[in-house]
Ligand binder design. Sequence first.
Ligand SMILES: *[C@@H]1O[C@H](CO)[C@@H](O)[C@H](O)[C@H]1NC(C)=O
Ligand SMILES: *[C@@H]1O[C@H](CO)[C@@H](O)[C@H](O)[C@H]1NC(C)=O
Length: 438
Amino acid sequence: MAIFFTSPLFFLIILCFSISVVHLSASPTLVLNLVHSYHIYSRKPPHVSHIKEASVERLEYLKAKTTGDIIAHLSPNVPIIPQAFLVNISIGSPPITQLLHMDTASDLLWIQCLPCINCYAQSLPIFDPSRSYTHRNETCRTSQYSMPSLKFNANTRSCEYSMRYVDDTGSKGILAKEMLLFNTIYDESSSAALHDVVFGCGHDNYGEPLVGTGILGLGYGEISLVHRFGKKFSYCFGSLDDPSYPHNVLVLGDDGANILGDTTPLEIHNGFYYVTIEAISVDGIILPIDPRVFNRNHQTGLGGTIIDTGNSLTSLVEEAYKPLKNRIEDIFEGRFTAADVSQDDMIKMECYNGNFERDLVESGFPIVTFHFSEGAELSLDVKSLFMKLSPNVFCLAVTPGNLNSIGATAQQSYNIGYDLEAMEVSFERIDCGVLFDY
Ligand SMILES: *[C@@H]1O[C@H](CO)[C@@H](O)[C@H](O)[C@H]1NC(C)=O
Ligand SMILES: *[C@@H]1O[C@H](CO)[C@@H](O)[C@H](O)[C@H]1NC(C)=O
């Protein structure tokens, strides 16, 4: 990693805001601690119907995007899922702290910006671009970005982005460039600055509030930050139900990204990361599922399997979901009655009357494994397969859907590495703490 300082004056100014700032070269490495959303929850976690709605929105969005119907849709409600990972970065000069929801299924980094036509309440001060001397308007390069939709406004000479959401919520604002300041743990007490990062300055953010102050899109679209980091990144989620676990980490950069374990080929469509599931097993026994149900239909764009950190739930098409659910209920042997928590029929999250810790974690439950092409596997233990809803209700963290998507709950206890040059993703079951010998 080359270290240089742009100008002595600039360095001095930056020095006022942090102990030491490393200005990042063309292909830097950043090691970032992920913040669990519970740390910033001021109110009590949302009710289950919210989680469910969020997933409905997410699936609608994914479906719309994969079929090409409505390009600029992003699920707005997803971040209100209480269990999410956030990246703590600062933006602008002087730097203003942001907590961004990490999302592998969208491309744009956007934050709420002053002046607000509409902003939801956030606990941190809202970024004011007029007070930052590194702020620049970005030009519209419409054809290069599939998402968000962009429009050049000749009057203001700015590029307006718009992300319209399925349920009449969304974010609109100006496409801009800024300096981002990362609290890297690569080197204690240092911050790393990345210049001219394209992002959305959202002046009109309406609908359900986010956890945090915006979204960090890590999809493959051209606007995504991953292209500034040598097209390699990795993350390790220790535990979604332990907000105090200290080793959740996101690594950006081709030097430092942890590409460990078995790999499976990645395919990119519409900026999404697709993998190929070949089989699902429970306790080592392959479920009777026709592997063709996992294929992506190249005509309709439907099907296939996406990796999505922006949703805590995993979804499977009906033909794969049913055999899994049936097998799980066979193992339950009628010990848990169905808990009725659903209010609509769009998505059916299966919930049961039982105590998550006593009946599942302590009693144990067979491992469910997703088998990917070329041998990589993702094994879901009891905490990655179920989620606790209330003291006496737990739910299956896998739902039926229009496409297969692997959500954040299923990705726990894994290091997941993306090598976008080799077009591979790797899965390694690991205690994230062992990655910390930086
Ligand atoms: C984010 O980083 C800033 C330092 O830049 C720190 O003061 C703040 O406590 C961090 N927030 C969280 C939630 O970790
Ligand atoms: C950037 O865009 C904003 C909003 O449209 C506009 O008010 C401002 O004048 C633009 N700045 C420059 C330097 O063009």
